[in-house]
Ligand binder design. Structure first.
Ligand SMILES: *Cc1c(COP(=O)(O)O)cnc(C)c1O
Length: 463
């Protein structure tokens, strides 16, 4: 066939649309998407023909390409991936997976009108925060609570409410950066508060704070070091001592806890991580923490503490710009409610479960994954190996949790190629490379994902 003859075989957009295929596509996909896919495929076929390829370009022949293009263009960009990194709170991978209860509460709330800002008992306008306040108070022991979009916003609104144009004293050992976009000195600048750094990187004494106090001091801020640890010759001032001078000079003390752990994790080998309840008990004026780190809920910033101060935050007009939406509120409420039964919370909140799962159970899962990979036995050396995983999300940086992983040493392709193929697969599998092996950490794999994971690994070896 000549090029001209081939080109004349190429259907028009209209012919494609009016064909039986077109009718089928239009019934399930957006017209815009179908049109875009048809145009793309016709154009690429035209180029193929012009470049001399002898292509079959009848509608029957190109319908599969069109369908693939339609599917590609109508797929969501935000999609599930399999986290084989072993990092439980992975900020890039969406931090905490929500519990079933949290997801259920989101769907029921989103499907109907709700009393988001409506007081059913009086029939009057209510406050967005009142539905969640009581459960947070009950669990933490705090006088009052308000929630915003994330912990960065929580810190920002505290600074804006109490310290605009005034000084905030922070230890040099606590001027942290969390994931690049949140740095205490920069948040301080953005809020209009003046950072008054005291002490040194490794040691800050009570006297450093006392000496920095002046008529313009508005807050004493304590920041959890979160993602790093200063070890060796160190000293930090405990919240109790800060509170003492805070009381003496009538200056509120804010403790940015970062992760906000609600359950004592000592028996899981996590030492020195203060619980929210312990910090509230010290009498801290304001405590802030994240919703999606160790708490295991949605992205949110929880601000708890003295009623008078929380009420002042609620009057700050900036709160409106950080206000939490109803779906987040629903999942946060459900997550907090789960903490009423600690034992169940440990099992039902995925972040807590993954963090504290006994290593024998992780090993069992690793063996299951291993067994599911028998199809690639001839193409790689596979083994279940002990390793270590991390909490992530700027939590518990110094703790490595013993884990089990499936190690895959490919023989036909490089380990980097295998990593790439898995990452580009569907669903993408994100794993880590150690030496010449790819490690699939069983800690962060959900049982229901094993089959799909095996499919991904198998097809990575077959393509
Ligand atoms: C994580 C963290 C933040 C920021 O919290 P987001 O919820 O991610 O906004 C602030 N302070 C500390 C100490 C943290 O660990």
């Amino acid at each position: 066939m000549t090029i001209q003859e081939q080109l004349s075989q190429l259907p028009s957009v209209d012919e494609c649309l009016k064909s039986a295929y077109g009718e089928k596509w239009l019934s399930s996909y957006a017209r815009k998407t179908v049109l875009r896919a048809i145009r793309e495929v016709i154009e690429s076929k035209r180029k193929e023909i012009l470049s001399g390829a002898n292509a079959d370009v009848t509608i029957d022949a190109i319908s599969r390409d069109i369908e693939t293009a339609i599917k590609k263009h109508s797929a969501y960009k935000l999609r599930p991936i399999i986290n084989a990194t072993g990092i439980v709170i992975h900020t890039n991978l969406g931090r905490s997976i929500l519990s079933d209860k949290a997801i259920e509460h989101i769907t029921t709330t989103a499907r109907s009108f709700s009393n988001l800002e409506y007081e059913i008992s009086t029939g009057k306008r209510g406050k967005r925060y009142s539905n969640i306040k009581d459960i947070i108070r009950e669990l933490t022991g705090a006088e009052d609570a308000v929630v915003v979009n994330n912990n960065a916003a929580a810190v920002l609104i505290c600074l804006d409410t109490f310290a605009k144009g005034k000084e905030v004293i922070v230890s040099r050992g606590e001027l942290v950066e969390i994931g690049g976009s949140f740095r205490i000195p920069e948040v301080m600048k953005a809020s209009g508060a003046i950072l008054r750094e005291v002490g040194t990187t490794n040691k800050t004494h009570l006297a450093d704070y006392e000496n920095a106090l002046c008529g313009n001091t508005a807050l004493l801020l304590k920041v959890h070091q979160s993602n790093y640890k200063v070890i060796g010759f160190t000293e930090e001032v405990p919240i109790e001592k800060l509170l003492k001078i805070g009381r003496e000079y009538k200056i509120p003390v804010v403790d940015d806890l970062g992760s906000g752990c609600m359950i004592n994790l000592e028996k899981y080998g996590v030492h020195g991580e203060p619980t929210v309840q312990e910090v509230v008990k010290t009498g801290a004026d304001i405590v802030t923490f994240s919703g999606d780190k160790l708490l295991g809920g949605p992205q949110a910033g929880i601000i708890i503490g003295k009623e008078k101060l929380i009420q002042k935050i609620q009057k700050n007009p900036l709160l409106r710009a950080m206000r939490i939406d109803k779906m987040t509120l629903a999942s946060l409420e459900a997550t907090f409610m789960q903490y009423l039964d600690e034992e169940k919370a440990m099992k039902e909140i995925p972040t807590l479960r993954m963090m504290t799962e006994p290593v024998e159970i992780i090993k069992k899962r690793a063996k299951k994954i291993f067994t599911s990979l028998k199809d690639i036995a001839g193409k790689a050396e596979i083994a279940v190996v002990p390793d270590e995983s991390q909490a992530g999300g700027g939590s518990l940086p110094e703790i490595n949790f013993p884990t089990f992983a499936v190690s895959i040493k490919p023989s036909g392709i490089s380990v980097n190629e295998l990593e790439k193929r898995l990452r580009l697969g569907d669903p993408p599998v994100i794993a880590r490379i150690k030496g010449n092996a790819l490690l699939i950490d069983a800690r962060t794999i959900q049982d229901k994902e094993i089959k799909s994971l095996a499919g991904c690994v198998t097809s990575a070896f077959n393509n």
